[in-house]
Design a protein around this ligand. Structure first.
Ligand code: ZN
Length: 327
């Protein structure tokens, strides 16, 4: 489905079959060199929808460059199939480094095990996680962009805005004259972007909250998100997202008031806005996201001093330090 947003600026809705996200918004700007922003998974239904949309718009893929907001497979995956010899793929450096290093599945599994993930479910991860199943088929030659870099596409002059949090390198595009923000998965209207962590070397929630403040300060008329509806009331949405995470942090603290737990246990007790009646019914990939999210919140609480992390045997446990302990 193709929808015109502004002159020469379109949205193609690319389906994500089986995913709670439902679809991804790919944005296409027609020009001598066209630009496609985000692409869909590297699989057939995404490719078919993309090709139909580009056909309807008369876009010549041989005259097309790409901008990818972040490394997740629903945004980057199909790019490797669509790019041609002349394509530039604009991408941020932290995510590009991560992609070029390869997805260190063994490291992720080791980390999951340390956090209490049951052994038999770990084996299913590479097969069930869409991030692994539908990733880009080959290495892409990225043209890396940083904060403030300019990207000219016809009448549109975009500014790159680093918005780490959803991923380490997540990047939005801002067009100050048109007052539009291509927000990737930094701000979404109908769903909450996941903030999760699978390593101990950064504090994604802290960075995400700072990135929200950064966008709050911009003058924006229209937010073009990576999923679901285009919207305008971004400051209200940012307030909601900040409140959501404050409530999540409170929830984690209240779960820990019962005593010391590993991240798997904590995630199983958090409330999740999903269709499954109980934690045991969560598909493996949904549990994976949930634990990543729990760990991101635990990391935030640990750095702020209200949660303590300790190794016992081969497992990591979290407990309250005493600060913030309310009745
Ligand atoms: Zn994402």
């Amino acid at each position: 489905m193709v929808e015109k947003i502004l002159p020469n600026f379109y949205r193609i809705e690319i389906p994500l079959p089986g995913s709670p996200l439902k679809s991804i918004n790919s944005y296409v700007i027609r020009n001598e060199r066209n630009l496609i922003i985000d692409t869909g998974w590297n699989q057939d239904e995404c490719l078919t929808a993309m090709q139909a949309g580009l056909g309807e718009l008369g876009v010549d893929i041989n005259q097309t460059d790409f901008f990818i907001t972040h490394l997740h497979s629903d945004h980057l995956g199909l790019a490797s199939t669509l790019t041609t010899e002349t394509s530039k793929v604009y991408f941020n450096k932290p995510d590009a480094d991560r992609m070029n290093a390869g997805i260190p599945l063994d490291d992720l599994i080791r980390f999951a095990r340390l956090n209490g993930y049951p052994e038999k479910e770990l084996e299913a991860i590479p097969l069930s996680h869409p991030g692994f199943k539908f990733k880009a088929k080959e290495e892409l030659n990225f043209h890396t962009m940083k904060e403030g870099d300019r990207l000219d596409v016809g009448d549109y002059v975009f500014k790159c805005i680093e918005t780490p949090g959803h991923t380490k390198g997540h990047m939005c595009l801002y067009e100050p004259d048109q007052r539009i923000l291509v927000s990737g998965d930094h701000i979404l209207q109908d769903i909450t972007p996941t903030i999760s962590s699978w390593s101990d070397d950064w504090n994604p929630l802290k960075e995400y909250l700072a990135s929200l403040d950064k966008i709050y300060a911009l003058d924006i008329k229209l937010v073009l998100p990576g999923h679901r509806r285009i919207f305008g009331n971004y400051r209200e949405r940012i307030e909601e997202l900040k409140l959501h995470h404050r409530e999540r942090l409170e929830e984690v603290l209240s779960i820990l008031r019962e005593g010391r737990k590993n991240a798997f246990r904590i995630a199983s007790q958090m409330s999740w806005d999903v269709l499954y009646d109980s934690w045991d019914l969560f598909p493996v990939s949904q549990k994976w996201f949930a634990i990543g999210e729990a760990i991101a919140h635990l990391k935030y609480l640990e750095e702020e001093g209200s949660v303590r992390k300790e190794m016992q045997g081969q497992e990591i446990f979290f407990s309250l330090t005493g600060i913030h302990q309310k009745a």
